[in-house]
Design a protein around this ligand. Structure first.
Ligand SMILES: C[S@@+](CC[C@H](N)C(=O)[O-])C[C@H]1O[C@@H](n2cnc3c(N)ncnc32)[C@H](O)[C@@H]1O
Length: 199
């Protein structure tokens, strides 16, 4: 990532709570950091803590990018797609696709199938067998948390997915690489590049 670091001018995180780690990995003054999250509490906390970023509240199932017209060299989301429903995740990726520079990079984390073995049932009860089956058969397994639905969809819960699922369902993106995550073995880092129409 060393070479990418020197060329990043504008970065964005799809989650306000992730700004601190983004800010610490970048140092150029020419960088502009933007952040969005659907939880107004996250935005509020960032404002209170004077996080040096342009902040915006996004939608749970976005219909438009949170920073319309802006293009970002780097968009990252740590521990976000590990929680989103299929519908919400697809909509967020479409909003990010509209916001990424042509040669931009997106970094996200996803959970592997093995996550279901260590899932904390005290936090959220899941049918582990069903999650393994869905992951293997559909490439995507999800159990919603006990939250209010947004337009009929509980957008937040616990999620695992495969790279094949990403390739088949997130149009306009290609998987550029995968890294093990030393901070959390149950979150795999996936790098994505925008695919130009005609590629
Ligand atoms: C487990 S927290 C991760 C926080 C932080 N990135 C970290 O690693 O500590 C999940 C985050 O997902 C964000 N989130 C929830 N629903 C979302 C959505 N539909 N679109 C984008 N972000 C969402 C929330 O803002 C929340 O902070």
């Amino acid at each position: 990532m060393q070479s990418a670091r020197s060329t990043i001018r504008k970065s964005s995180t799809t989650d306000a709570a992730g700004v601190a780690s983004c800010a610490s990995c970048t140092s150029s003054r020419r960088q502009k950091i933007s952040s969005d999250a659907p939880w107004d509490k996250s935005i509020e906390l960032c404002r209170e803590s004077r996080v040096a970023a342009t902040l915006a509240l996004s939608e749970y199932i976005p219909t438009k990018p949170p920073f319309p017209g802006e293009k970002f060299d780097l968009i990252y989301a740590f521990s976000v797609f590990t929680h989103l429903s299929a519908r919400s995740g697809k909509a967020v990726m479409e909003a990010c696709r509209a916001s990424i520079a042509d040669n931009g990079l997106m970094a996200i984390t996803i959970r592997p199938q093995s996550y279901w073995e260590i899932h904390d049932q005290k936090q959220n009860i899941v049918d582990v067998k069903a999650m393994h089956r869905d992951h293997m058969e559909k490439g995507f397994a999800y159990t919603p948390h006990g939250r209010e639905p947004i337009d009929g969809d509980i957008t937040y819960g616990d999620t695992s997915m495969t790279l094949d699922y990403i390739k088949e369902n997130w149009k306009g993106w290609s998987v550029a690489g995968v890294e093990f995550n030393l901070q959390d073995a149950y979150q795999v880092i996936v790098f994505l590049r925008p695919v130009q129409s005609g590629d």
